[in-house]
Design a protein around this ligand. Structure first.
Ligand SMILES: Nc1nc2c(ncn2[C@@H]2O[C@H](COP(=O)(O)OP(=O)(O)OP(=O)(O)O)[C@@H](O)[C@H]2O)c(=O)[nH]1
Ligand SMILES: [Ca+2]
Ligand SMILES: [Mg+2]
Length: 732
């Protein structure tokens, strides 16, 4: 009978209890209540019937869901039916649950109920009754058994044994007594059921045998498996043993190697340590030696120390004295500097005045020059006319004398020298100014010739014809001086006249009317067409004076630039500058008057040695190139190196790219100029003398820089012994 939790429960059957068969045929499974009904159909006393019926009712009451068994909590439903408390019901449940599985089957319920019923009827001996009932049941059960056993004949024994043997129960059953009693009971009570019972037993035993065989097979398989596993494990174990052994050997090997290596290492370390120890001992000896030496030195140094202290004190006294002297010297120096400044300023003023007067002289002289040229041309024409007249006269006389003689030279002969080469304008001018050929104005204003001036033979015109000269020497401090005030003297005759007279040419030479010098200004300066540079001459003398030299290839526009800067006008077709020229312009820089002495040099190669001389005393240099002429830009480096040669890098340099108005003919990109200026630390502008663009800005920038540089120099000289630091002129 399967209990509600699925376990197979084999327990003693009560007499008259149905077996596992249905009311009609075999094998149908019975509902638990059916067995109760079955019991009713058996011979029962009415009391038992009632009890059974009651039990059935109570079972149904508890098993309201019809699940076929009663759990502990279902028992509580009897609380109303029976005069029992919940605890009593719990106790009854426990008493009824014969196998203690926590559930009551109908059999357990009715069996227990009947005892309970009987004990209910004799409530006084309840417990005893219960025990008695139990004992009674056991006795009945045993006695039945014994009875059965006692009654069983040999043949029944033999039959049962045969049955058991047939069924092979020995293998399956350990204890046949249960079956035996049942068999006997059935044989006795229900012989018609015996065959069923035997069939049932056969089935059960065969199933049990199969199960047993299966179990044996399983056991056998299990044993085989276990054996195999054991073997495998044994094998693995051996392998493991092997591996462990090999590992151990390797480890031992490694260990020995490591040990050997370690021991070698340690030996080496030991050797090193020993060496170090030796070195340390030697070092210690050395140090001890040094220590003793130092000890000695210490005594010596102590002695020296005392001496030094003494000398130190003397030096301190000396120092004090020299500091006093220094202070005196500083005061003297300051006074000297102030005097020097005053002298310098006076000198500057003197120079300024002189250069100003020179400016005027130069303008006057230029007027003179122009006048003379005109005069010269005039005279030359007259001379030609006279010449022709003479010639004509001569020709007449010669023709009259011997008309048969042949004809002579051409009219242009005077313009062609002996070798038949046309004489150039400048040669003509040289002749006029009697400047001997292949010469250029020297620094002192003398023409540069092979022999020293004044040492040569005096010419036909008396003493060596002395051209109009003006000494502008920037070398020996800028004090240009007039040599012989020649502009007051009447000019010498024009050399051709002398020449012509020398050759004894007859003929009336029109005495050139004496020169009428152009009226001069009250200051003795000629008033001519070339206006003097209109400097912004302020009533007070300028605060600063800077000399600026202007260089650059010929025809880049230096003179035009200076004319634009000074006179704010541009005259195209300027003649090339001869030697050197200069102008003065006073500008206002940061509320102070700065006079700029601008030296315009000739770019032509042949005047190069002159211009070089002028760099020495310059305060600033302007290098100009023509941005429409690449060659002039390429020459800038050469100009810069000659400036560098002459003045090092203490002089600020302004780089100007001129003719900016001619953008369409530009050959030098602005970037190249900027890069060159940056590489050489220059101030850079692109300008145009023609349009005036950047002419004032560039020069004002240079003037401001010069002024600041001079201020720093002044400050530094006031603090003694600190040389002026040259600032980068373009702030790059
Ligand atoms: N378009 C243009 N032409 C200029 C400019 N400046 C000068 N020129 C012309 O360039 C030529 C040379 O000018 P100068 O000022 O005599 O050149 P320079 O540097 O003094 O020449 P040297 O005296 O021989 O060294 C003249 O024909 C000027 O008219 C300018 O800014 N623009
Ligand atoms: Ca139970
Ligand atoms: Mg010039």
């Amino acid at each position: 009978m399967a209990a509600p939790d699925g376990r197979v429960v084999s327990r003693p059957q009560r007499l008259g209890q149905g077996s596992g068969r249905g009311p009609k045929g075999r094998g149908a499974c019975l509902h638990p209540l059916d067995s109760l009904e079955q019991k009713e159909t058996q011979e029962q006393t009415p009391g038992q019937l009632d009890m059974l019926r009651k039990a059935q009712e109570f079972f149904q009451t508890c098993d309201a869901e019809g699940k076929g068994f009663i759990a502990r909590k279902d028992m509580q439903r009897l609380h109303k039916e029976l005069p029992l408390s919940l605890e009593d019901l719990e106790d009854v449940f426990d008493a009824l649950d014969a196998d203690g599985n926590g559930y009551l089957t109908p059999e357990e319920f009715t069996t227990g109920f009947s005892h309970f019923f009987f004990s209910q009827n004799n409530p006084s001996q309840e417990d005893a009754g219960e025990q008695v009932a139990q004992r009674h049941e056991e006795k009945v059960y045993q006695s039945r058994g014994n009875e059965d056993l006692g009654d069983m004949g040999e043949d029944e024994e033999a039959q049962f044994q045969m049955l058991m043997d047939r069924l092979g129960a020995q293998k399956v059953l350990e204890d046949e007594s249960d079956v035996k009693q049942l068999w006997l009971q059935l044989k006795k009570d229900e012989p018609h059921l015996l065959s069923n019972f035997e069939d049932f037993l056969t089935r059960i035993f065969s199933q049990l045998q199969e199960a047993h065989e299966e179990k044996n097979e399983l056991e056998y398989a299990l044993k085989r498996k276990i054996a195999a596993y054991d073997e495998e494990i044994q094998h693995l174990y051996e392998e493991m043993e092997q591996q462990i052994k090999s590992e151990k050997e390797q480890f031992l090997l490694k260990d020995t190697e490591r040990f050997q290596a370690r021991s070698q290492e340690l030996e080496q370390k030991l050797l090193c340590k020993e060496q170090e120890l030796e070195q340390l001992t030697q070092k210690q000896k050395r140090l001890e030696g040094q220590c003793t030496a130092l000890h000695h030195d210490k005594h010596e140094t102590k002695a020296e120390n005392t001496k030094l202290k003494l000398t130190n004190q003397e030096l301190a006294r000396e120092l004090e004295r020299t500091s006093w002297e220094l202070q005196d010297a500083q005061q003297q120096l300051e006074s000297l500097q102030q005097e020097a400044c005053k002298l310098h300023q006076e000198k500057e003023m003197e120079v300024y005045r002189v250069t100003e007067s020179l400016q005027r002289e130069k303008a006057g002289l230029l007027k003179q020059l122009d006048f003379l040229r005109e005069r010269n041309k005039h005279l030359r024409d007259e001379r030609d006319i006279c010449f022709q007249k003479n010639k004509a006269a001569k020709a007449n006389t010669a023709a009259s004398r011997a008309s048969w003689k042949k004809r002579s030279g051409s009219v242009i002969g005077k313009y062609v020298d002996g070798r038949g080469i046309l004489r150039s304008q400048s040669e003509e001018e040289e002749e006029v100014f009697s400047i001997p050929r292949r010469s250029s104005l020297g620094l002192s204003g003398y023409p540069l010739t092979e022999e020293e001036p004044g040492t040569g033979e005096p010419g036909p015109g008396g003493p060596y014809p002395r051209p109009l000269r003006r000494i502008i020497s920037i070398e020996e401090d800028p004090l240009p001086q007039l040599l012989d005030g020649s502009f007051e003297q009447p000019l010498s005759k024009c050399p051709e006249e002398e020449e012509v007279s020398d050759q004894g040419v007859q003929g009336q030479i029109q005495e050139a009317p004496p020169l009428k010098l152009t009226p001069t200004s009250p200051r003795g300066q000629p008033v001519g067409k070339e206006a003097v540079c209109k400097e912004e001459s302020s009533p007070s003398a300028p605060d600063r004076l800077f000399k600026i030299v202007f260089v650059g290839n010929s025809a880049v526009g230096k003179t035009s630039f200076l004319r634009r800067f000074c006179e704010d006008r541009f005259s195209p077709g300027m003649a090339a500058t001869v030697g050197i020229d200069y102008r003065v312009k006073t500008v206002n820089v940061d509320d102070s008057q700065v006079a700029l002495q601008l030296w315009d040099t000739a770019g032509q190669e042949r005047y190069r040695c002159i211009t070089q001389q002028f760099f020495r005393k310059a305060d600033g240099v302007i290098v100009m190139y023509d941005l429409t002429d690449k060659q002039s830009f390429l020459s800038v480096r050469r100009w810069l190196s000659s400036v560098e040669e002459a003045v090092g890098d203490r002089v600020p340099v302004l780089l100007l790219g001129n003719k900016l108005d001619n953008e369409k003919e530009r050959e030098v990109p602005r970037g190249l100029g900027e890069q060159l200026a940056k590489d050489n630390n220059l101030i850079f502008y692109e300008c145009s003398a023609y349009s005036g663009h950047n002419t004032k800005e560039s020069l004002l920038h240079l003037a401001r820089f010069l002024k600041e540089q001079e201020d720093t120099v002044r400050e530094d000289t006031i603090q003694v012994g600190h040389p002026a630091k040259k600032k980068s002129c373009c702030g790059w």
